[in-house]
Design a protein. Structure first.
Length: 584
């Protein structure tokens, strides 16, 4: 059967009751293999309305309609399966007023508005539908509607995939949501849907976008390959984000901004192009027990007054640092494992704050913790160890309070303080370092109280010329002092440092052999290799010996043939930042 509806423009029928097919109270017809068309610009092609309206609609082609394809209202129920609903002027399907249809295996596409619209407490069970190429969202939920949508494919929407707003609810489970022009899922205005076990991918913008005080439970989804953030939370939204995989995004993993909130726990966030998690502009999310790893930039990035809690996460193997804190951000970072960062473990800079407590920070390519440029964090009871560079580096006016930390087995100084910095170190244990325990240089100062500094290779507390810290009640013992032993044994200091370490001792410059204005030469090379040359004492400070490194015109007589490619060596007498503190 073919049904066509072309109402007269002078019709006195109320416009909202323009229907090609209406099923009303206590009617239960079977409508099978029908073609349904409506030329009306108002009303709907099909309206199911009233208590006991319980049709079965299957194998129908509801298409080329100028308005709504299917309208279900007022406690109506029914089953709709294997239909094709296409090219409607507005929504393909309307479900409202506690209507509770069943729709299976329908093809709903190329609508001139929304594919399926549930509102005003509409319900419904939607299974295995293919919903695509609609002008607005594929599926819209608002005003208390609570549909169940399972095993559907919602894709290529010209706006978005799923749009839940104005206190909408809904259960969206085991769907494929992909290739939509904007976000795959939008949640806003106090809506609270459940988004579970979906594949949300290849969005032309983001994966899941929660804004305007939206909420929702987002769990066990696979979110990947989206052009913007996998999940974005903003403007006082407060969702639960749990057990998701968020990966291979062309932007960041999770982006929380403009006072966004949320509980973000036990997710795996990895291999994203930008930060794994961004937190900014007054946002205060809680991140617990996540694995955030293998990103192409930072693991977790707090900036522009980003706050919140970062607890018991595993943050590792990022191309930049594991955590960055800057510009007024003040998070609590507690109980995390932060390791494998190619540019350090934690970087606090440009006025960053924060409490770092009981973390394990280890095996980072550069400093375990960097504090610079007027930043003032508090570090308590952390373990900072096995760094491939220093333990904690504080420079360029950095401050900070370091209390009761264990800092050990780092390749460079346990704590390096430089360039007008002034931290407070209290009751720390700094030990087993491959260089010095604490080094203070470049017009920095510090307060050191009741620390234990022991068994470090290049000495316990090393002070450059002109440095006068406040030192009270420290125990400095059993340090190896390999620098003094090398000098006393007539060795070139390069023998014990290579170009990767910077022992603190007297360094000189040879004007006769000068190849740069910044070369540094140890005292034994001055006596042996540069005897009779024009030399000058510079200061007591940290450096490696250019003579032993083979960067000067004359070969070092104490070192023999240089062991490194001299074209790749750092300038040994440059400020210490030039040697070791290269920051992206």
């Amino acid at each position: 059967m073919t049904l066509k509806f072309s109402p007269d423009a002078t019709s006195t029928m109320q416009h909202h009751k323009h229907y090609c097919l209406e099923v009303s109270d206590n009617c239960s017809p079977t409508i099978d293999h029908c073609i349904i068309r409506s030329a009306s610009v108002v009303g709907a092609a099909v309206c199911v309305s009233g208590a006991g309206a319980n049709p079965v609609i299957k194998h129908c082609d509801i298409s080329d309609c100028e308005n709504v394809g299917l309208y279900v209202t007022d406690y109506a129920q029914g089953a709709y399966q294997d239909n094709e609903i296409s090219r409607n002027a507005l929504a393909g399907i309307w479900v409202k007023n506690f209507a509770n249809p069943i729709m299976r295996r329908n093809h709903i596409h190329h609508g001139r508005d929304v594919g399926i619209f549930t509102f005003e407490n509409g319900l419904g069970y939607f299974e295995a539908n293919d919903i695509h190429n609609n002008r607005i969202a594929g599926f819209e939920v608002k005003a208390g509607a609570n549909p169940t949508v399972v095993h559907c494919e919602i894709h290529h929407g010209q706006t978005g995939g799923i749009y839940v707003h104005e206190t909408g609810l809904g259960q969206f489970i085991d769907n494929k949501i992909h290739s939509n022009n904007f976000a795959g899922v939008w949640i806003t205005s106090n809506s609270n849907p459940t988004i579970r076990r979906n594949e949300i991918y290849n969005g032309h913008q983001g994966g899941v976008y929660i804004f305007g005080e939206g909420r929702g439970l987002i769990e066990h989804n696979n979110i990947y390959g989206n052009a913007l953030a996998g999940i974005q939370i903003r403007t006082n939204s407060d969702p639960i984000v749990r057990h998701n995989k968020i990966h291979h995004g062309q932007h960041g993993g999770i982006y929380v901004h403009e006072k966004g909130q949320g509980l973000i726990e036990e997710n795996e966030v990895y291999a994203n192009t930008l930060a794994g998690v961004w937190i900014t502009t007054g946002s205060t999310p809680v991140l617990r027990r996540n694995r955030i790893h293998s990103g192409k930039q930072v693991g977790v990035y707090f900036y522009d007054n980003g706050h919140g809690k970062l607890e018991d996460n595993d943050i590792f193997n990022h191309l930049y640092s594991g955590v960055q804190i800057r510009t007024g951000s003040n998070p609590v970072i507690r109980g995390n494992k932060i390791w494998g960062g190619q540019n350090g473990g934690v970087l606090v800079y440009n006025g960053g704050l924060g409490l770092l407590e009981q973390n394990e920070i280890f095996d980072n390519a550069m400093a375990g913790v960097w504090i610079k440029t007027d930043s003032n964090p508090t570090l308590k009871r952390n373990k900072i160890f096995d760094g491939r560079d220093g333990g904690i580096c504080i420079f360029n006016g950095g401050k900070g309070v370091l209390e009761e930390n264990d800092i050990f087995r780092n390749a460079q100084a346990g704590v390096l303080i430089s360039t007008q910095s002034h931290p407070v170190l209290r009751r720390n244990r700094i030990f087993d370092g491959l260089a010095a325990g604490v080094e203070i240089t470049n017009n920095a100062t510090a307060t050191l109280e009741h620390n234990q500094i022991f068994n470090n290779r290049f000495g316990g507390l090393c002070l450059a010329s002109g440095v006068s810290p406040l030192v009270r009640g420290n125990k400095i013992f059993s340090n190896q002092d390999a620098v003094e032993k090398a000098v006393g044994g007539g060795q070139c200091l390069y023998k014990i440092s290579s170009y990767t370490s910077f022992p603190m001792h007297d360094f000189y410059r040879c004007q006769t052999c000068n190849t740069t204005d910044r070369n540094a030469i140890c005292v034994n090379c001055i006596k042996t290799c540069h005897s009779g040359h024009d030399v000058e004492f510079i200061r007591h400070d940290r450096f490696f010996c250019d003579c032993g490194a083979g960067t000067l015109s004359n070969q070092c007589q104490l070192q023999g043939e240089p062991t490194q490619d001299t074209d790749t060596l750092y300038d040994s007498a440059a400020p210490m930042e030039s040697h070791t503190l290269m920051v992206n």
